[in-house]
Design a protein around this ligand. Structure first.
Ligand SMILES: *[C@@H]1O[C@H](CO)[C@@H](O)[C@H](O)[C@H]1NC(C)=O
Ligand SMILES: *[C@@H]1O[C@H](CO)[C@@H](O)[C@H](O)[C@H]1NC(C)=O
Length: 407
């Protein structure tokens, strides 16, 4: 599979005309806040470090120089600026800390673009990595385009990876066409993701919008996800994750998991998906685990979400094995408990608007459906539910009926 994908990629490295010089005129307006202690910020404009926004020159080194200058600066809140207008081509880059300041900003005013085609022979890497930087904010209205179509046959290599960054904020940036997952957040705490957008074709494989892994105290709010895989995926080691007011579609919905791959232990708790809308997605809110894993997914709630023409709006799938038709039987499973679905509305295109497919070995406990009404999107058809090994209860109106749960 990888071989055929690499055949398609071709092997010629890119040859950039680094000599082409474009003069950029930039006017920086420095505003001083009128308050007791004026905020001092110093701007490290990538253009001042040799970056050229012509969409062709390789700016990786210039960006590295701007980053290093900002990261080692004694200023209290340095800003690395990707200036606008301009489209800045970057090859694979990593920005690392720790930095001297408590907060450091990476402002995406202009656009960033990846080389078209192969930029690494490494199968598990990211194009842009931010690592070990506490107090990092990435913000701006620019677009980061992974030009990933050449990668889609391979299903590998992520776009923006953020790891070990406590206090990470991501605001406003547009992401498009990642080779695989667009944004991944790993081992970070107190993370705020606000007002971002992700857009890739609905048939681009493995292009999750956002993957949160081994991270705690994470908020994702007011963001739009349209891609070929999960809009937001929450992986093992994550707790206290709130996803609020997002839109999802096309895509595979919001997913807890997959958990327990290859017999591993997984732990996810205190996840809340609230006031979000799903349009024409494969799933709405999903918990998916591999047979044979251990650990738990618990204290998870899905409140006040809307579904429009979603194949499986509510789904627990403990028989997930990476798309294979049937999984081998195993004797353990990730335990799913204390899951609440409340105030859900919408339409389903699949046969089962509510699917609770829990493990034979470790049945689901405390599944609560409260005021859930999901009708068939197909005129004249009645939506139904599916239930294996699920225990819990329903409250108020629940449509379709879920007979395995106590009323
Ligand atoms: C998530 O929401 C809950 C309930 O409103 C709140 O107690 C918790 O502090 C929130 N967590 C974060 C990281 O915002
Ligand atoms: C798994 O177990 C179930 C229930 O005992 C059985 O019906 C099914 O045939 C088994 N599948 C395999 C692949 O062994």
């Amino acid at each position: 599979m990888y071989l055929s994908c690499y055949d398609q990629l071709g092997s010629r490295p890119f040859d950039f005309d680094a000599q082409g010089m474009v003069a950029l005129l930039l006017f920086l307006l420095w505003t001083t806040l009128v308050c007791a202690a004026p905020v001092r910020q110093s701007i490290f404009n990538a253009a001042d470090f040799g970056a050229v926004g012509d969409g062709r020159a390789d700016n990786s080194k210039a960006f590295q120089r701007a980053w290093t200058a900002a990261c080692t600066s004694a200023q209290p809140s340095p800003v690395v600026l990707v200036p606008s207008p301009g489209t800045f081509l970057l090859r694979r880059v990593a920005f690392s800390g720790p930095c001297r300041a408590k907060r450091i900003h990476f402002q995406v005013a202009g656009n960033i673009v990846a080389p078209y085609g192969q930029w690494t022979s490494d199968l598990t890497s990211a194009w842009i990595t931010f690592i070990r930087i506490n107090g990092l904010t990435i913000h701006g209205s620019g677009k980061i385009d992974g030009q990933g179509s050449k990668w889609w046959a391979c299903r590998i290599n992520h776009m923006l990876a953020v790891a070990f960054c406590d206090g990470f904020h991501l605001e406003g940036v547009h992401f498009a066409n990642s080779p695989a997952k667009h944004v991944t957040v790993f081992r970070s705490q107190w993370v705020m993701i606000n007002g971002i957008s992700v857009s890739s074709p609905g048939d681009s494989p493995n292009t999750d919008g956002l993957l949160i892994q081994e991270s705690k105290h994470v908020q994702v709010i007011s963001s739009n996800f349209a891609s070929g895989d999960d809009c937001v995926a929450i992986g093992t080691g994550s707790s206290d994750v709130n996803v609020t007011s997002i839109t999802c579609g096309p895509g595979h919905g919001v997913s807890i998991g997959s958990l327990g791959i290859g017999g591993t232990r997984a732990e996810v708790e205190r996840v809340r998906v609230t006031s979000s809308q799903f349009f024409n997605t494969m799933n709405g809110v999903r918990i998916k685990t591999w047979p044979g894993g251990s650990g738990f997914a618990r204290a998870i709630s899905f409140d006040n979400n809307g579904f429009t023409s979603v194949v499986n709006p509510v789904i627990i799938d403990q028989y997930y094995c990476g798309g294979a038709r049937s999984c081998p039987n195993k004797t353990s499973a990730v335990e799913v408990s204390d899951i609440r679905y409340a105030g859900l509305r919408g339409t389903a295109t699949g046969d089962h608007a509510i699917k609770l497919e829990c493990s034979r070995e470790v049945p689901c406990r405390e599944i609560v459906l409260d005021n859930v009404v999901i009708n068939s999107a197909v005129r004249g058809k009645k939506a139904s539910s599916l239930c294996y090994n699920a225990h819990g209860w329903t409250r108020n109106t629940v449509v379709p009926e879920v007979p395995c749960l106590a009323a």
